[in-house]
Design a binder for this molecule. Sequence first.
Ligand code: ZN
Length: 495
Amino acid sequence: MDIFLTNTRTRAKELFSPIDPMNVRIYVCGPTVYDRAHMGNARAAIVFDMLVRLMRHVYGADHVTYVRNFTDVDDKINARAAQTGEPISAITARTTQWYLDDMAALGVLEPDHMPRATQYIPQMIAMIEGLIDSGHAYAADGHVLFSVSSYEKYGALSGRSVDDMIAGARVEVAPYKRDPMDFVLWKPSSEDLPGWDSPWGRGRPGWHIECSAMADDLLWRRPLEQDRLSEEAKLRPHVFDIHGGGNDLAFPHHENEIAQSCCANHTQVMANVWLHNEMLQVEGKKMSKSLGNFFTVRDLLDQGIPGEVIRFAFLSTHYRKPMDWTAERAAQAQKTLHRWRGLFKGIAPSEPYEEVLKLLADDLNTAGALNHLSHLGQALYTMAHGRASAPFETPAVEDVGAEWFENASKFVASAQLLGLLEPALGNWAELSVDLSAHADRLSSVRADAMQSKDFSEVDRLKQVLIAAGVEVRMSKAGVELVPGSGFDPAKLEGL
Ligand SMILES: [Zn+2]
C-alpha cells in the first residue's frame, strides 16, 4: 500500500518512503502538563494517532516506533505552582495522568515512548555543549543561546526569511543576546525554581532543546544500540522519518528543533517528513478564553458527550483543514455511531475495505473514509431491514445470508482502523439503549397508574433508577432518563 503525505518541508504531497521499513520512526510534540488538555490538544493527538494506526497496519505493529513527549519543565508550570502553592511535581504528575485518561477516552493509543523533559536533562546539556563547541551557541550571563545567524537554513520549514520572522514574531530583546532572533537553550534558575547543575550554573532548559534531545535518543541512539536499524538507516545517522505537531508549532518551535538537531548532529534534515495539523474552531470561531468558547476534553466528557463521538467528529474533517467543532456535528456523529453500534453489534472484525485503506493512505483522508463507511453502512442497513423505520439491530443470518456478515466484518475492521467501534469505547451506546427500554417501561407503567391511581410501581421503578445514578425526568411529554456521573448499570439488572 503506497502512502502519500503532505510534507511541510517540501510543500508537496509525496510518496512516503521510510528510511527503514522494518522500523518506521515518528516523533510528535506532546503537551505541556499543567492543566486539562483542551480540544486543540486533542485534535493533534487524534490526527497522529490515526497516522500511527495506518503505519502499524501497513508496516506491521512491531515495525513502527512512535514517540510523544511530555513537557514537564516550563514557565507556565512554574507560574501555576506559584499561583496555587502546589508542588510542581504534584501538578505535573496529576495533569500527565489527566492527559492520558482523557486521550484514552478518545481512543488515542499510547505511544511506544512518552519521555518527560525532566528525565532528559543530561542529554540536553550534552547537546548544548556540542553546539557551543561547534560555534552554533554561546553562553552569556548564565544563559546559553543558539546563534540563529550560524545556521543559514533557519526558517526553511515555515518558508520565512529571518527579516519576516523578526517583523512577525514577538522576539524578545535581551542584553545577553547577540541577535534578537537568538533563542534560549539554557537559562538560570533562582532558588525557588526547578534547576539542575550545569557548566553554566544552576538552571533549566529552554523549551525547544528537549525535543531535539529526546528524538535523537529514542529514534536514533537506542534503536542503534538495540540493533533495530537497517544498514541503510545507519547511512543516514540521526535522521528519522516523520515529525508531527500542530501548525502553530511550525514556527518557532520546529524551526528551532531543526536548527539545534541539524547543527548538533551535522545533518541536512532532522526528519524527512514534517506533518502539521490545522487548528480547531468552535462554531466557526477561534477557540479562546476571551471568547468564552474555550473548553477541555473533560468538559465535553462530563457533559455526557462520549469520547468516541468526539473522535468521529474530529476525523470527519481532513487534518490540513480547520476543524469546526459544532453541537450539530457532535449530535450527527452520535446518531451515526449509535446506528452502527446497533447494526454491527457482536460482529468480529476481519480485514478493512481496500477502498478505506486507500483513502487513509491518501494523505490521511479520514473524512473520505468516514463518508465511504457511512454509505456502506446505509447499504448494509437497507439490505438487513429493507425499510427506513426498522430498528438498528444486527439481522439474523438466515434473513440476510453469509455475504452480509462478511461485509459487516470488513466494516467493523475498517471502523476499528479509524479507532471507532472499539469495544472499550462503546459502553455509552449500550447504556443509552438500555435506558431507552427503561424509559419506555416507566412511561407505560405510569400510564397504567394514571388509570388505577396506584403509583406504587412507578415509585418503585423511580427509586431503583435514582439509586443507580439515573436522573428521572417525567413530564406530560413523557419520561426522560439521563445517566449521571455516578451511573452504575449493574444496579439496574433485574429491574
Ligand atoms: Zn517539539
